[in-house]
Design a protein around this ligand. Structure first.
Ligand code: G6P
Ligand code: ZN
Length: 542
């Protein structure tokens, strides 16, 4: 029943920031997905008879790869696979199921916020038993294995009907097709004050949640409409589609513009939120107020006690390096630990496992806590609703009061997408070459205090991650950070993160780009973005 299939290695199966991501035609090459899945199994030990969780965001090619993964898991010796019905599991829901049922690990099929479809993106990611993304040690082992793999094992068995819940036998392994929503909805109900949120909504507070044709549709329908009583239609684009209905499922000001415009219109909803392809990212907007992800982290941390699941307070906060220091000010005031990690949720896992931090966040529209080991879009949306219900204030009021109390970290990210890879690498190398000469130099009113290439030593296991982004820190707390994206699939994406701290409340109303104009100009002057990339401006500003 088990077939051993000879195969030749592919050289490009190096997992990026969040798993292996390639275009569907790349994944559809002979044995491409099989090679990678076998490389995962070959890099793990001690899973015989244990449980694996499998699910994806429903994008094009999801079902095909799930069938392969099921048969390969059976051949590898897993005892059981729990797979989401319809092949669906949001990333945070998968993390929850791994933890709740003590699974050995999980395979999540997603390319997150990247578009889906026959010529768009697909991805495979491995999560470990704590429910979080595999650490670098494992992803490197997988890559090394993928370069020399010569065979894979697969069970010769018919496909499993993914649309029918229940237990099925597959070559001696059990496949349990599970409701993808139930466990997750129960977890959310245990963390947040659903009664207060229900009262808020029945009192006339109008919300709009955009699932962008991706995985959170069924979750948001169950939680927001059914359990919290929001009127039908409050959740938009709620059916997960293989091509996300043509949406680019990235919840930001560019791709979720329709929702944003709606909330900003005079008779629009009071609260708008969106999540990405696999449900781990979020965007929150209120009337006249877009909440930056960095501010969202700080505000959730400052108001954590509003939510029953965090009523005892939080242990500490972690943020990725490019995320603004707004959370640092909260941590300082509340006397909490604060950790600055490289970009990528996987770096939070050890800190959460060790009980050092409870909430974590990234500028890339990710917020979450130790309830799972992934960032969690709906969790963040529910946290905001809980805070609004508890404080009886709207989003804008909460944000402005937060700035008044802690000062405002003006923040923006400028992306230059699909830049020529050599040009992008050249720009970063040139910056690295300048690092030692920058401190002490002045650019207009801005004097460089320090400059480095961020390197992180994990305080728990001592592992070191170098070259994680170039930081130019100016006197007074302003900074510019340069990084190349680790999630793109074509060319290079240069990200420029710009931040300025403003303690003076009378200046908190300035438009963000205007407040950062001098830093934006200096970033170009130092890095030569225009000349090196040939671009006159960023493709996306968030
Ligand atoms: C994924 C990861 C995040 C990370 C983001 C950065 O979404 O899950 O943890 O912040 O990628 O992406 P980038 O394109 O900047 O490498
Ligand atoms: Zn995602």
């Amino acid at each position: 029943m088990i077939r051993t299939v000879p195969t030749a290695p592919y050289k490009d199966q190096k997992p990026g920031t969040s798993g292996l991501r390639k275009k569907v035609p790349v994944f559809a090459q002979e044995n491409y997905a099989e090679n990678f899945i076998q490389s995962i199994f070959d890099s793990l030990e001690g899973f015989e008879g244990k449980t694996l969780v499998i699910g994806g965001d429903g994008r094009y090619y999801n079902r095909e790869v799930i069938q392969k993964a099921l048969k390969m898991a059976a051949a590898a010796g897993f005892g059981k696979v729990m797979v989401g019905q319809g092949g669906i599991l949001s990333t945070p829901a998968a993390s929850n199921i791994i933890r709740k049922y003590g699974a050995f690990g999980g395979i999540i099929l997603s390319a997150s916020h990247n578009p889906g479809g026959p010529s768009e993106d697909f991805g495979i990611k491995y999560n470990i038993g704590n429910g979080g993304p595999a650490p670098e040690k494992i992803t490197e082992a997988i890559f090394e294995r993928s370069k020399i793999i010569s065979e894979y094992k697969i069970a010769d068995a018919p496909d499993i009907d993914l649309d029918m819940a229940g237990s099925f036998a597959l070559a001696g392994m059990t496949v349990e097709v599970v409701d993808p929503v139930a466990d997750y909805a129960e977890l959310m109900e245990s963390l947040f004050d659903f009664v207060a949120i229900r009262n808020l909504i029945s009192g006339g507070f109008r919300i709009a949640v955009d699932s962008m044709g991706a995985v959170t549709g069924p979750y948001a329908k169950e939680i927001i409409e059914k359990r919290l009583g929001a009127p039908a239609g409050s959740v938009r684009n709620a059916t997960p589609l293989p091509d996300f209905g043509g949406h680019h499922p990235d919840p930001n000001l560019v791709h979720a513009k329709e929702l944003y415009d709606d909330v900003m219109s005079a008779d629009g909803p009071d609260f708008g939120a969106a999540s990405d392809g696999d449900g781990d990212r979020n965007m929150v907007v209120g009337k006249d107020m877009f909440v930056t992800p960095s501010d969202s982290l700080a505000i959730i941390a400052a108001n954590a006690k509003c939510a029953p699941g965090y009523a005892k307070g939080i242990a500490g906060i972690a943020r990725s390096m490019p995320t603004s220091a707004a959370a640092d000010r909260v941590a300082e005031k509340l006397g909490l630990g604060i950790y600055e990690t490289p970009t990528g949720w996987k770096y939070f896992g050890n800190l959460m496992d060790a009980g050092k931090v409870t909430v974590c966040g990234e500028e890339s529209f990710g917020t979450g806590s130790d309830h799972v080991r992934e960032k969690d879009g709906l969790w963040a949306i529910l946290f905001w609703l809980n805070i609004i219900a508890a404080r009886k204030e709207g989003v804008a009021e909460i944000v402005r009061k937060h700035w008044a109390e802690y000062g405002r970290n003006f923040y923006s990210r400028h992306d230059y997408e699909e830049v020529d890879t050599d040009a992008a690498n050249g720009l970063m190398d040139a910056l690295r070459g300048k690092l030692s000469s920058l401190p002490g130099q002045s650019f207009g009113d801005l004097k460089v205090e320090a400059a480095d290439d961020f390197s992180y030593t994990d305080p728990i296991d001592g592992s070191i991650s170098t070259r994680q982004g170039i930081r130019i820190l100016f006197e007074g707390g302003s900074r510019v950070v340069f990084r190349l994206s680790g999630t793109g699939t074509s060319g290079a994406t240069l990200r420029v993160y710009v931040e300025r701290y403003e303690p003076d409340a009378s200046r908190h109303g300035i438009e963000t780009q205007a407040a950062l104009a001098d830093l934006i100009a200096v970033a170009d002057e130092i890095a030569g973005i225009r000349t090196r990339t040939g671009r006159t401006g960023p493709t996306v500003i968030t």
